[in-house]
Design a protein around this ligand. Structure first.
Ligand code: ADP
Length: 252
């Protein structure tokens, strides 16, 4: 049997005296599509940072692709992180570079510094960048300046960059929050289809619950750093969602 992609055992994360995640235990298996839902401040981004190895737990154990990131050398951790691609709400692209450079940034974990520097002068790997752009539906934008693209197109560039990285798992942190509402469904459908086609596990945090239901088969509900439920999407009732977002009297 293969190891889970992610395994958290009683993980707590503190920022100073503030507890952002409290005793979270969960596993994500290969091929799953998991939505993280919950109000702002619930701990979704913190959980995604644990999953991509950019944050260490204050307590508890994390395993990424079977490895304990806190015991790895910097080099070994980078090797694991190459297998974990992240798509962000704000795209994290370099706006004044052409699209091909931003897509090729997906290679950076594998390229030497010299090759990375050279790629800024002569775009390398034109073919793989062009293929990834075709996969995300904007083949004609290879040489466009990134900041001339719409929000939805920029998110497609960020997804193309992850395809070039070719990780085993894609993490997406509110990937449709900076995209026009009309484009949100397209971006979510694209993410789902690419994960199916290229056999990638997906963990995505979402504000829009309807996409958690329609595009993911499992939902993890977070509130104030606690996992309130972790269920197949079909078993999450409107009442559970309402309780997740209910404003406490003290907060109102
Ligand atoms: P979400 O993604 O669900 O909105 P976050 O994981 O971003 O939640 O944040 C969870 C809580 O931790 C929030 O109350 C937030 O203010 C706090 N927090 C996040 N990052 C930091 C940090 N670097 N330092 C202090 N507090 C933080």
């Amino acid at each position: 049997m293969t190891d889970p992609i992610f395994e958290l055992h009683k993980v707590t994360v503190r920022y100073g005296s503030f507890t952002a995640l409290s005793e979270v235990s969960l596993q994500v298996k290969a091929g799953e599509r998991v939505a993280l839902i919950g109000p702002s401040g619930a701990g979704k981004s913190t959980l995604l940072s644990l999953l991509n190895g950019s944050l260490a737990p204050s307590e508890g154990q994390v395993r990424l692709l079977g490895e304990d990131p806190t015991r790895l050398s910097v080099r070994a951790l980078r090797r694991i992180q190459r297998q974990i691609g992240t798509v962000y709400q704000q795209f994290h692209l370099v706006p004044n570079l052409s699209v091909i450079h931003n897509v090729n940034a997906g290679h950076l974990g594998r390229w030497s510094l010299a090759r990375a520097m050279l790629s800024l002068i002569v775009p390398l790997e034109r073919q793989s960048a062009a293929r990834a752009l075709a996969d995300v539906g904007i083949a004609d934008k290879l040489y466009a300046r990134t900041d001339t693209l719409s929000g939805g197109q920029q998110q497609r560039v960020a997804i193309a960059r992850v395809l070039v990285q070719d990780p085993v798992v894609i993490l997406a942190d509110e990937p449709i929050s900076s995209v026009d509402p009309e484009r949100s469904r397209e971006i979510m459908t694209l993410l789902r289809e690419l994960c199916d086609r290229f056999n990638k596990t997906l963990v995505v945090s979402l504000h829009a619950i309807e996409y958690a239901y329609s595009h993911c088969e499992r939902m993890i509900g977070l509130r104030a750093g606690h996992v309130m439920f972790d269920l197949p999407a079909g078993q999450v009732t409107p009442g559970m969602v309402e309780a997740l977002y209910r404003i406490r009297k003290a907060e109102a």
